[in-house]
Every structure is written in C-alpha cells, then in structure tokens.
Design a binder for this molecule. Structure first.
Ligand code: CNA
Length: 350
C-alpha cells in the first residue's frame, strides 16, 4: 500500500490540497451500517420491514404513505451515539495542515463535524438531521421536538407529526425524488474548476448526482479511491494516474498518518475530542438524571453532536451541575450513554 500511496504523499508534501468524496463506508467502523454491503448493510437488515423494494425507506412518495420504515431506521442512525473513525480524524488533520479544500459527504451522521472539521468545509450533499420540516405545509420542527415525538412510541407510533396540519415531519435529509441542497451545486461549480487531489472513500458511487463527481474532476487531478470494491468512474474510465486501494479506509488513514509523520498530531486531536465528548456526555447524563428527563437528554445529545457547546458555556454548565453530579455519579455510570461511549472508544482502532 505504501508504494501505491507515494504519489499522494508527494503531492501533499508539496502542499497540494485535497477534496474528499465520502460515503457510508467511512462510518461502518463507528458502528453505523452502510447501505449495500451484503449481510451487514442496512438494505439487507431492512428486509424485516417488508418494504416493496429496499430504497423505499428513503423514497419520498413511500414515506408519504408509510413513514414507519424510515423512523425505524432513524432510531438506529440518529446522531449522538457514535464516535468518529480514524478516517474522520484524518480529515481533521488535513484541515490542521491546510491541505483540506472541501469534504463532499453523502453521510447524514455528522461525524465529520464531530471530528472537528469546520462546517464551512463540509458539503452535506444528502442533507442532515440538523433541521426538520413538515412534508405537507413545510412548518419547521426543532430537533428536540422531533426526538421527543420519536421517543413517544405510544403516541402515533413514534412518528413525528406537524402540530399545525398533522402532516408527517421529516428530517432535512435528501430522499430519492428530492433535489440536493443548492449549496452542493454552487460549491461544486467552484471546486470542480481546480482540484489537485480527489479522494473518494467508502462509497459504491451509485447515487447520482454525487456519484458523477469523480468523473468531473479535472484530468490533471490525482484521483484516489479507497473502497472495498472498485466502483464508478474508477471502474469504467480508469485514468493512468488513479490510485486504487481496495483496503479498509481506517487502515489507509493510518498508513497516510504514518507516512506523513502525523501520529502525534492525531493523538492530540483524538485526545482533545474524547475529552470534549466525555465532558459533554458527563454534562448530558448529569442533566438527565437531575431532571429525570430522557427527552432532555436526547435533545442535549443532539445539540452536543450537531453544534457542540463552547468550552466556556460547558464549563459554566458543568459548575452549575457539579453538586448534583456528585450525588448521581454512581447512577449515571450504567446509563446507556456510558455504555455507548465505552463501546465507541473501545472500537477506536488507533
Ligand atoms: P453504499 O452504497 O452502502 O456503499 C458503501 C461502500 O463502502 C461499499 O462499496 C462498501 O464496499 C464500502 N465500504 C464499507 N465499509 C468500508 C470500509 N470500512 N472501508 C472501505 N470501504 C468500505 O453507501 P453510499 O454512501 O455509496 O450510498 C449513498 C447513500 C448512503 C447516501 O445517500 C447516504 O445518505 C447513505 N447512508 C449514510 C450513512 C451514514 O450517514 N453513515 C449510513 C448508511 C447509508
């Protein structure tokens, strides 16, 4: 793998910047299944929902008639339970080294942001869970309210509905049959003019228009594919300079980190993010136990991952809850968040 990576490493050492194109494979090591991997992929698992066809779970017309399948999936994928992978942290390292031009992601898990990538650098091509709207009257619903309704399984089967018109509410993630955010097209118009390095990772390149982007990279771009299988334009129109790595993406991230001597930087970033996450998780659990409110906990977890508290705000909140924290320290140890956190940290193969 090191020999194959040589042209990439040399380009980075010259200060050439990279545009990343990400898919679900980047997050499988975090515990989030991708779509299409046989057996482990979401489509394989969704068979129990008896969908007419797998993609129906993200089909806007199907959702209009039967939103249950989507919300079953939402329970599993909703941000807040997962910690970034080595590859997510590699993006952050590229940013630190001023080698990051942009991250185009199909993922809706917000893990790029949780790894500390500047949101201005991220194009969430298929939207995210950051906001929600009624599919009938377009009334906005805050994430806390959506999560509250999702958790009330005895009311309307946990399917969030609009308080205004009773229509179904959906997070602003892009379904089949919906258009991508304008930001995606605007940003690509600019970026595609000049790309030194294009790194495509963990995607089957089957969902358009995203899947068409690697083919649109300038002929002078150094293209890199990191994926379990050779896909899309790398298969159909392989260029002479393309680097194709059929490896686990975290393995490739580790190799790049080693070759560029970034290990200490990685350790520092991971350490800082872990502390932040642990601190936030501590605050969240404390607030939850002191308020006896799981709904509040969920909304805080959401805020935590989507926006993050500033250190100053966190410190104030921590101080305010310190007394309660001591009393409930034992109780919170066994909360689900603690277990999820431990699980995530244990799976961090770095
Ligand atoms: P996909 O079609 O499931 O393809 C994933 C690809 O990644 C496959 O070719 C796998 O072989 C490969 N892969 C899986 N794990 C690894 C790994 N560790 N290292 C290297 N390669 C790996 O998913 P796409 O992203 O191409 O499909 C686009 C959909 C997926 C988008 O609309 C997303 O919204 C959607 N999605 C997102 C998430 C998420 O946010 N994490 C999860 C599942 C699906």
């Amino acid at each position: 793998m090191d020999i194959k990576l040589k042209p990439l490493i040399e380009a980075l050492q010259k200060g050439e910047k990279a545009v990343f194109f990400l898919g679900a494979g980047v997050s499988t090591s975090c515990g989030i299944p991708d779509f299409r991997s046989p057996k482990t992929g979401l489509y394989a698992q969704l068979q129990r929902l008896k969908l007419p066809y797998s993609e129906a779970v993200f089909d806007i017309d199907y959702f209009r008639n039967d939103p249950k399948a989507f919300y079953t999936l939402c329970d599993e994928l909703y941000p807040g339970k997962f910690f970034p992978s080595t590859f997510h942290f590699l993006l952050r390292l590229f940013q630190e080294k001023d080698l990051l031009q942009r991250v185009y992601t199909q993922n809706i898990d917000t893990l790029e942001q949780l790894a500390g990538v500047n949101p201005a650098k991220i194009i969430a091509a298929h939207g995210s869970f950051a906001d929600n709207h009624c599919i009938d009257c377009n009334e906005r619903m805050l994430p806390e309210e959506l999560k509250r309704q999702m958790n009330q399984k005895t009311v309307n089967d946990g399917i969030p509905t609009c308080p205004k018109c009773k229509g179904y509410v959906k997070p602003d993630i892009v379904f089949f049959g919906e258009s991508l955010p304008a930001k995606f097209f605007d940003s690509w118009k600019e970026d595609s003019k000049a790309i030194d390095i294009a790194i495509v990772v963990g995607t089957s390149l089957t969902v358009y228009p995203f899947a068409g982007l690697p083919a649109e990279c300038p002929i002078t771009s150094l293209r890199v594919l990191v994926n379990n299988e050779v896909v899309g334009d790398f298969k159909r129109n392989k260029r002479k300079t393309d680097i194709i790595l059929k490896n686990h993406c975290d393995e490739v991230a580790s190799a790049i980190i080693l070759l560029l001597d970034w290990q200490l930087d990685l350790d520092a970033i991971v350490d800082q993010r872990m502390k932040k996450l642990t601190k936030n998780a501590y605050l969240i659990r404390t607030t939850m136990v002191s308020n006896h409110s799981t709904e509040l906990m969920d909304s805080l977890i959401y805020e935590n991952t989507a926006e993050e508290f500033s250190d100053e705000v966190q410190d104030k909140k921590m101080a305010a809850t310190e007394k309660t924290a001591k009393r409930v320290a034992e109780a919170i140890k066994s909360t689900e968040e603690e277990r999820a956190l431990q699980h995530d940290l244990a799976n961090l193969s770095i």
